[in-house]
Design a protein around this ligand. Sequence first.
Ligand code: LLP
Length: 417
Amino acid sequence: MHHFHYIEKELYCEEVPVSDVALEVGTPFYLYSHATLRQHFRAVDHAFDGLKHLTCFSVKANSNIAILRLFALEGGGMDIVSGGELYRSLKAGVAPNKIVYSGVGKQTEDLEYALRSDILMFNVESPLEILKLNEISGRLSRKARIAIRVNPDVDPKTHPYISTGLRENKFGIDINDALEQYTLAASLENLEISGVSCHIGSQLTQVSPFVDALGKLYGLIGELESKGIKINYLDLGGGLGITYDTEEPPHPREYAAAIKAELQTEDLTLILEPGRVIMGNGGILVTKVLYTKPTREKTFFVVDAAMNDLMRPALYDSYHMIQPVKTSDREKIKADVVGPICESSDFFAKGREMESCRQGELLAIMSAGAYGFSMASNYNSRPRACEVMVKGDRFYTIRERETFEDLIKGETIPDFL
Ligand code: LLP
């Protein structure tokens, strides 16, 4: 369920006509629905009611501090992968003891920052990281709570670029080597074993890979306990998919039911790291048609958003529904919706059957709340779009559109030039 809907022929976000926002802030812009985001967060979090659990929103899906604050107010924690994400989370008012930190390449300064901030848990991903974290914790006279992120070798059956839990992937420590690494970590003075974690991939549309991974994690937890290594947290990562087109992913309720059915003990606190399932359909990217360009081959709608704003189609060939902000009764045609960037991969849709549109009209690129703005760049020296949040009948700019000055911030011309 989301709150982007038509009244008569006009697209609304909650009670605000999308075109009103465009008049105020210009295009392109990201538009998020507060009610949708809150509802999606609760759908995941409440699905696990009755179990000790912590819902850590995956900051990489959308890192705007207003969004992070919204989830923090709902009691959420954060799943971070960098010092920058930690900074954002703390600025948004997230409690450090609700933050978990994953990533294959954590840097010394970031580890120090996270240790000083006293975050809940480091999900370590390699033997060398275990040693490094122990060394840094010792230096700072701290004790780092860790989980080993294990690679359970489960096929998430999703796009290869967003699969992470297969042996061939760079993530985590092979589950078959985990016992040895836990034993090593347990012998180190400045580490405290706290959990077991995994994240097998993103945009999963079935529950079975999660259940398989959970089974493998339990196998490991059993072995650890027999060695006297006590586990408090079971971090299952994120990965639940959404409907972009015709996918029928499980509802968080079904996901939770499948997990609950497998639980072997209620002692452990479950950690979830959802990103897309909360954010994806809570945001859209609104863009204006700059030119309609019929060619001998096909029709192009050239819009003012581009792959620098939303790179998912260029990177994964992913599907995003495109809807007119004001519908017409014009005939449907097949068209390519493309951006102004000098790359053929700068497209939002190819050969898409859609209502024919005219210069100056607005289009909404749907399901853009997750991995949209957070993956945006300044390629072609395009200032990044602004972000707006709607609540009820009001809207708030939560990030201003960048300016040309922003583009050259930090650049200097050395004396010899
Ligand atoms: N936890 C960890 C350790 C992760 O690496 C990720 C996502 C998540 C949680 C959240 O996964 P989610 O619930 O959103 O599926 N840019 C890609 C997605 C990359 C996901 C990377 N890791 C896309 O646009 O589809």
